[in-house]
Ligand binder design. Structure first.
Ligand code: HEC
Length: 125
């Protein structure tokens, strides 16, 4: 009974999540926990500053390592940020390592959150 209820609840939560990822609520905390420390203004690795305005530095902005945009709204596969998280940046002529640099990769659900956010239009919400 309790188990059934948990499954139902999990399904409701994941549906809500899949329908509307929020940049502020869902994506920014991931960047702040795993990325910002190396991507700070004045010492921005990869010429990418993720503070204080990560959204503007990512969305519609050209990557320095490849010819892709860092985030191409609606298209995770042509967003260099996403390719850096799954480790396929070199397949599009990029360089460097999978992010976070020299650390374990993000959890699959964190990567999926970012992928869905891009797919849903990379809104500033
Ligand atoms: C320990 C330091 C460090 C951490 C943590 C880190 N990065 Fe990086 N980042 C780098 C370095 C160094 C480069 C340039 C060399 C490379 O790509 O390997 C880079 C480059 C990048 C680039 C390429 C920028 C461009 O315009 O081409 C992106 C995108 C990026 N990082 C995103 C992230 C994200 C997202 C996270 C968190 C999941 C993260 N980084 C965590 C050090 C870091």
């Amino acid at each position: 009974m309790i188990l059934q209820f948990s499954f139902a609840l999990a399904a409701v939560i994941s549906t809500a999540h899949a329908q509307g990822i929020s940049f502020e609520r869902d994506v920014l905390p991931i960047l702040n926990s795993y990325c910002v420390m190396c991507h700070l203004p004045g010492a921005e690795q990869g010429e990418l500053s993720l503070y204080p305005d990560a959204w503007s530095r990512l969305v519609g902005n050209p990557s320095v390592q490849s010819s892709l945009l860092r985030v191409d709204p609606g298209s995770p596969d042509s967003s260099y940020l996403y390719l850096k998280l799954i480790g396929t940046g070199e397949s599009v002529g990029g360089s460097g390592l999978q992010m976070p640099f020299q650390q374990p990769s993000l959890d699959p659900d964190q990567i999926e959150t970012i992928r869905l956010w891009i797919e849903q239009g990379a809104k500033q919400n």
